[in-house]
Design a protein around this ligand. Structure first.
Ligand SMILES: NC(=O)C1=CN([C@@H]2O[C@H](COP(=O)(O)OP(=O)(O)OC[C@H]3O[C@@H](n4cnc5c(N)ncnc54)[C@H](OP(=O)(O)O)[C@@H]3O)[C@@H](O)[C@H]2O)C=CC1
Ligand SMILES: Nc1nc(=O)c2c([nH]1)NC[C@@H]1CN(c3ccc(C(=O)N[C@@H](CCC(=O)O)C(=O)O)cc3)C=[N+]21
Length: 294
């Protein structure tokens, strides 16, 4: 069994990005600038955005965190997005999800300039992804592809079962694993809360990508020998540590890892990869931005 070490691979990627940024600096070029908008005071969301900002510092990017109150109206958020769209210093930005109830998420995501949409959530970019056109690939799915690629996990002709159909993980993952090429060429089954006999489906999977957010959902009995297990889930459970919580994935790691050929841990698996790939998309946005200005 091999652990897919997202912590290590994400550090490698950050070092590669830092080397690019160092070159930019040596040539007196502008470095990439990422902005993150966060609405409200959700603890987990603030932690993620905090890690994104720290990761920017680590690779030499500029970063801006825009904090708006939980009572922000849709119009106020749309105004902020317009400002970020027009600010030529900003190469890319993300709107941290979920948004408060009074705000229509789809409307907000459509307001982001597709050229700055480093999350890849704008319908234009999502459509391009589905049509194999070059675009920003959502960071979590992108991170999973990168992990599979760097560990040379064979996906060709394999049966990939995805659990969860969210717009940010499950749905794009189902498209990407079925695309031509590597990592892809999989036969994909997308499952969700209406799926019947899920154990019967997961038991036939060569690759399982679990993105639902229920601790210990995926148990050893649901997995065949030598399966590849990707655990996207992140759930905070309270404990008596200093932080007062620990995070756990969707997979019963202790037992499933005994059967798996490859498996991602939580923490230290998909989470750090997500952040590294957001940086990668921001670097890409900077390069495209520079070329368009010439
Ligand atoms: N590591 C990382 O970088 C990231 C981690 N996450 C984590 O991944 C998890 C999923 O998040 P997200 O993708 O946003 O998904 P959502 O929370 O939006 O959706 C969960 C999905 O799971 C499905 N589901 C719920 N219960 C079951 C069940 N019993 N059987 C099968 N499917 C079920 C739902 O089905 P239905 O559609 O029918 O409701 C839905 O499609 C969370 O823990 C989140 O914190 C998310 C993003 C990035
Ligand atoms: N617009 C938008 N884009 C996102 O990419 C996005 C989002 N909204 N909303 C929430 C989800 C969640 N997400 C995570 C990113 C990193 C870790 C991560 O770094 N996890 C660490 C541990 C973190 C901890 O200790 O809490 C790990 O797994 O090792 C987790 C989850 C991005 N998301």
């Amino acid at each position: 069994m091999t652990i897919l070490d997202g912590k290590k691979v994400s550090n490698d990627i950050k070092n590669e990005i830092k080397a690019e940024v160092d070159k930019m600096k040596a040539n007196d070029e502008k470095v990439p600038h990422l902005a993150a908008v966060i609405v409200g005071n959700d603890g987990a969301s603030l932690t993620y955005v905090g890690s994104k900002v720290r990761a920017c510092e680590r690779v030499g990017f500029e970063s801006t965190m825009v904090r708006l109150s939980s009572t922000t109206s849709e119009i106020e958020l749309l105004d902020k997005i317009e400002e970020l769209n027009e600010n030529s210093d900003i190469d890319g930005f993300i709107i941290q999800l979920p948004l408060p109830r009074q705000i229509n998420t789809q409307k907000v995501l459509m307001a982001v300039n597709p050229d700055k949409d480093v999350d890849g959530f704008h319908p234009m970019n999502f459509g391009k992804m589905a049509l194999d056109m070059s675009t920003f690939i959502p960071a979590t799915p992108f991170g999973i592809l990168e992990l599979l690629e760097r560990y040379k996990v064979d996906t060709d002709g394999k049966h990939t079962v995805i659990i969860g159909r969210s717009h940010i993980v499950g749905r794009p993952m189902s498209i990407l694993m079925g695309r031509k090429g590597f990592p892809g060429n999989s036969t994909v089954t997308l499952t969700h809360s209406h799926t019947k006999n899920i154990t019967q489906i997961t038991s036939q999977a060569d690759i399982i990508i679990s993105a639902l957010g229920i601790p210990n959902f995926l148990k050893a009995e649901m997995v065949k020998d030598d399966a590849v297990i990707i655990d996207v889930g992140i759930t905070r459970v309270t404990d008596d540590s200093d932080k007062g919580y620990r995070i756990t994935g969707d997979v019963d790691f202790e037992n499933v890892s005994k059967k798996a050929s490859f498996i991602t841990p939580v923490p230290g698996g998909v989470g750090p990869m997500t952040i590294a790939m957001l940086l990668k998309n921001t670097l890409l946005a900077r390069e495209q931005h520079r070329q368009h200005k010439r």
